[in-house]
Design a protein around this ligand. Structure first.
Ligand code: ZN
Length: 146
């Protein structure tokens, strides 16, 4: 068994203030090509105004989520950070929602629920340069190398 650790950066571009980008397929391809059979996958957004969400990519639910974020973190709220920048609501939403998720890998596949898609959540778009960092670590089952 050999330990494998791989980091990949997915480059993303967003077009709206709040937007969800489904990166499930790309992450699954990376897990498959990594050769990791048992381990974990960390998906993180290296940004203070974005998040990673695991949930269903259903149009109505996506709209519900965006609306709730706008209700909980109104863009025009009276925030101190808005005195130096105009995006306090995005920083606050990202702080509460979190910027990374860990998904177990077993049998070479992500152990995620059927309705758990991996979504990059833009909170302060549009942005021409966003990233999702995919860290895949674990062991393969190549016993010939032992
Ligand atoms: Zn700011």
């Amino acid at each position: 068994m050999g330990l494998i650790v791989k980091n990949h950066i997915l480059s993303l571009r967003t077009e709206k203030g709040i937007e969800l980008i489904d990166i499930t397929e790309k992450v699954e391809e990376l897990v498959k090509s990594s050769g990791v059979k048992e381990g974990m996958c960390i998906v993180s957004a290296p940004h203070a105004t974005a998040s990673i969400v695991l949930n269903e990519n259903e149009t109505g639910l996506i709209e519900d989520l965006k609306e709730l974020i706008e209700e909980l973190f109104p863009r025009n709220g009276k925030y101190r950070h808005n005195l130096i920048d105009d995006n306090a609501s995005a920083h606050l939403a990202s702080s509460f929602l979190g910027s990374s998720k860990v998904i177990p890998i077993s049998g070479g596949k992500l152990l995620r629920g059927t309705w758990q898609n991996i979504l990059f959540l833009e909170l302060d778009g549009p942005r021409s340069r966003r990233e999702a960092v995919i860290t895949i670590m674990g062991v393969n089952d190549d016993r010939e190398n032992e």
